[in-house]
Ligand binder design. Structure first.
Ligand SMILES: O=P(O)(O)OC[C@H]1O[C@@H](O)[C@H](O)[C@@H](O)[C@@H]1O
Length: 257
């Protein structure tokens, strides 16, 4: 196994003898203040646009700022553990005027584990939406099947403001897909025929799963996505969105993994 991280997120995780589990576009920005197009960005304290503060950055500020590296450790299992921290500061309060302490615990060994937690240090309850916005690498998007979301209702903003009833089959992506599945804690499987592997996405502390691929037209308009990149990833995101937004009481912690 090999792993690569920046002080914001995981970039890469290469299981022994396999292709990288994740994709980062070669056209991605890498400087602080700009989102990284790939790996596992953290969306917090809101997912998508912030309706109360439309000038706030899309998907929140956590993916734009460098976090503090708190520790690195080699575990007895041989895995590597990194702990990153992001607290409220003069950089975050203009966007979201709440006090918080957040940690990202990354363990890369036989499996990759990403645990994100946030403590509300304000004296009022706060409402957040969030996501671990994983870009999973696939051999060929048109040969991918996503299992685990059969029958789960979803929102698909590009088609309607109304919720869709769940599909009765596993998901196949043949056009732009931007779906927020709600009220689901299910494990998902990304069955990748071209790379002959199945990625198992387990989660906890998450009631929503977002599935996104921009497909060719939207991908062409994205300056930070290289030609043909859309064919080689699918985002299956561990999230809390729409009516699954979280209310965190003062001094309480929410953990999502
Ligand atoms: O371009 P961004 O801000 O990284 O967002 C990428 C996509 O992220 C997905 O999670 C959203 O559901 C999409 O609506 C969005 O387009």
């Amino acid at each position: 196994m090999q792993g690569f991280f920046v002080r914001r997120q995981v970039l890469s995780y290469i299981p022994k003898g396999q292709e990288d589990l994740l994709l980062v576009s070669t056209s991605s920005a890498m400087e602080e203040g700009k989102a990284i197009r790939g790996g596992i960005p953290v969306c917090f304290p809101w997912f998508g646009s912030n309706k109360e503060n439309p000038d706030g950055p899309k998907h929140g500020f956590a993916r734009l700022l460098n976090w503090e590296l708190k520790s690195t450790e080699q575990l007895l299992t041989g895995a590597t553990r990194l702990v990153l921290a992001l607290n409220d500061s003069v950089l975050t309060r203009p966007w979201w005027d709440h006090r918080f302490a957040s940690e990202l615990v990354i363990e890369a060994g036989e499996e990759l584990s990403v645990k994100w937690q946030v403590k509300n240090l304000s004296d009022v309850p706060v409402t957040i939406t969030n996501a671990l916005h994983s870009y999973f690498r696939v051999g060929d998007i048109s040969q991918v099947r996503i299992e685990g979301l059969t029958g789960v209702p979803y929102m698909e903003e590009i088609r309607s403001d109304e919720a869709f009833a769940g599909d009765d089959q596993s998901i196949v992506i043949q056009r732009e897909v931007d779906r927020s599945y709600t009220d689901t804690t299910a494990t998902c499987l990304i069955v990748d025929a071209a790379l002959d592997r199945t990625i198992v996405v387990k989660k906890s502390g998450s009631q929503s799963t977002v599935v996104w691929n921009p497909w060719a037209d939207l991908a062409r308009q994205m300056v930070d996505l290289g030609d043909g990149d859309y064919q080689h990833f699918v985002c299956v995101e561990t999230a809390n969105v729409w009516h699954n937004a979280l209310v965190i009481e003062p001094q309480s912690v929410h953990v999502m993994q």
